[in-house]
Design a protein around this ligand. Structure first.
Ligand SMILES: [Zn+2]
Length: 160
């Protein structure tokens, strides 16, 4: 009887779902300073390798000149990498979190030349952080790394 009651009151650890790559793509499109939403369909198809966008196609479909097409092409390439890298970072975090085995982890810089972590990440670098939904959400809302996070978590596993 008591154990049954107890199980009702002990909150089960919440599993956080992975987000689809499309959500990251849409965020990039919405946050872009350049209005790309008009051509959302074509860009998404290009990102998903369903239809290749080349410079000529950008010129005709977006009604722009060659210089602008080049700019758009490099912009959407950057956005693609940003979305893919952010998803990889989030997925790695959630994989670690969802195992339920990792309670703490140390944030490690995967710094390559010239990359500067944002203030939020810099403050947390090389520190052991609790692996919770709160930590995850804090990174989602506070991180301002440009163009994307270049860090990873080293899990701290305790058998206590
Ligand atoms: Zn950051």
């Amino acid at each position: 009887m008591f154990s049954k009651l107890k199980s009702v009151f002990i909150k089960k650890k919440e599993i956080v779902k992975f987000r689809y790559l499309d959500e990251y793509f849409m965020r990039e499109l919405k946050e872009s300073s350049f209005n790309l939403l008009e051509n959302e369909y074509l860009i998404l198809r290009h990102w998903k390798h369903e239809e290749k966008l080349d410079l000529e196609k950008i010129c005709t479909e977006f009604s722009v000149g060659m210089d602008e097409a080049k700019f758009i092409f490099s912009l959407i390439s950057e956005m693609y990498y940003k979305a893919a890298c952010e998803k990889a970072w989030d997925d790695a975090y959630l994989k670690m979190y969802n195992t339920g085995l990792v309670k703490e982890a140390t944030l490690i810089s995967a710094q390559d030349s010239g990359h500067k972590h944002c203030f939020f990440c810099s403050e947390k670098m090389n520190k052991k952080l609790p692996i919770t939904t709160e930590t995850y959400l804090a990174f989602q809302t506070e991180c301002r790394c440009k163009p994307y996070k270049k860090s990873f978590f080293k899990p701290f596993i305790s058998f206590k």
